[in-house]
Design a protein around this ligand. Sequence first.
Ligand SMILES: *Cc1c(COP(=O)(O)O)cnc(C)c1O
Length: 388
Amino acid sequence: MSYLFPTYARWDIEVKKARGVYIYDTNGKEYLDFVSGIAVCNLGHQPEQVKTALQKQLDQVWHVSNLFHIPGQEELAKKLVEHSTGDAVFFANSGAEANEAAIKLARKHTGKHKIITFYQSFHGRTYATMSATGQKKIQEGFGPLAPTFDYLPYNDRNAVKSLNDSDIAAIMIEVIQGEGGVVPAKPEFLQAVEQTCQKLDALLIVDEVQTGIGRTGKAFGYEHYGISPDIITLAKGLGSGFPIGAMIGKGKLIASFSAGSHGSTFGGNPLAVASAKATLDEIFHSAFLQKVREKGNWFKALLKNLLKEEPLVKEVRGKGLMLGIELVREGAPVLAAMRKEGLLALTAGPNVIRLLPPLTVTYDELKKAAEIISQALHTVAASSAAVK
Ligand SMILES: *Cc1c(COP(=O)(O)O)cnc(C)c1O
């Protein structure tokens, strides 16, 4: 029996060790890891520089709380600000917490209440972020939800343009919907979102918890679109596996988060900050990001070519190393066939296979993964034909 709440449908794998792009289970089986702890281990498992930074920090100070000045927070915040549209940073411990901070700040700053989000979005599991998440299955049984979140269809430019409500504090959006199916926003749609925010005097919040930290081949996903978010939220890849979240905001918002208005005991903990600084030292370089874009484009083209005759495959899409393969049926049996052949990946919605390899993955590993995916699709297609 288990002593855990069964909140997760877990795979039948016990991890013994993880290094680079590989995970090894307790039976000695080796897996190519295209999950990366859900877009967290962007430098692979146990990246040397992060390990060294953490070990150094372990010998200095672990935790003191935000009653003290923590120099590393300033350095990390400076780095985030220099690479984004923002001017100040608040540190949290997770994506949901970063989004909570964003929602609170948007209301406090504008004095307005409503937050607009999108169907199939994912923003977290706390009360406010679950309410912001435009998916019934995530909210079911937990009502009443936090007021007031309204949802619009994603990529529907006209729906956004027709917004006309004086109580809208913010529009919150993922530039590529992650959990919802690896769905990139259309450029003209995001432009309409930005223009509508300006028209309504509402803030533009971009949830970069999954798309940020180099995942799409840019430091932040919004850079593909030339928009200028007021607030950016981060978590997943920021700490290479050490829990940390962050909210970056424009200068005009600074006065609305004054002393005592928001806080977190662990937020910006020295160990978390050390791991994030070391992570960004690697990822926030144009040469590194350029390589991610090149590998991503190459991998997407390879998959498209390899799978173009595949009857189960509807579309291959995504940016950088955040790719989705939409199927005409459920992805779970295909994932299981892939795991058997030593490749770990995840789904996004029921029908999409989501590929999130470490950004340090090699061309050989990408090629091997593409072959396993192709083989797994054949196996599943053949066995479902046999059942019929
Ligand atoms: C994972 C995710 C979250 C939630 O992050 P947690 O750290 O699990 O709270 C929020 N937004 C997006 C886009 C995510 O992918």
